[in-house]
Design a protein around this ligand. Structure first.
Ligand code: 2BA
Length: 107
């Protein structure tokens, strides 16, 4: 058996949660905070059989795909004018850890 921890973007978390349930995976969803950006993300803890890990990672890949979004910003010059601008930022994706489970019980 494996324990999979998957950290996903908050924007993807509902989609991931629904897809996990549809795929028959039991999951626990935690509200977490990234140590670098200090912004909220979502961590799923999923216990599953070894042979289902590939199917699980496929679900995570499909529903938390990395993509670029345009972020509207402003360029402030020397205070005399403000120019609208925009920049592309990468969002989404998942950070996934797969661990061996020594023992699993529901008591
Ligand atoms: P990602 O690498 O996609 O990581 C997204 C979130 O996944 C991280 O949020 C963190 O909560 C978790 N995570 C990633 N790698 C991990 C690990 N080895 N152990 C435990 N948790 C892990 P943040 O820490 O807020 O990072 C957000 C994004 O900022 C990262 O996206 C990465 O693109 C960038 N980043 C993180 N640390 C960086 C650093 N030291 N220098 C430059 N960029 C960094």
């Amino acid at each position: 058996m494996k324990l999979v921890m998957a950290i996903v973007n908050n924007d993807d978390s509902n989609r991931v949660q629904k897809a996990l349930a549809s795929g028959g995976f039991s999951a626990t969803k935690l509200a977490t905070t990234g140590g670098f950006l200090m912004s909220g993300n979502t961590t799923f803890i999923i216990g599953t059989e070894d042979e289902r890990v590939t199917a699980l990672i496929d679900i995570l890949r499909i529903h938390s795909k990395r993509r670029y979004e345009r972020l509207e910003t402003v360029n402030v010059s020397d205070g005399s004018f403000i120019a609208p601008a925009s920049t592309e930022i990468m969002v989404g994706g998942a950070t996934v850890f797969v661990m061996n489970v020594e023992r699993f019980e529901k008591i």
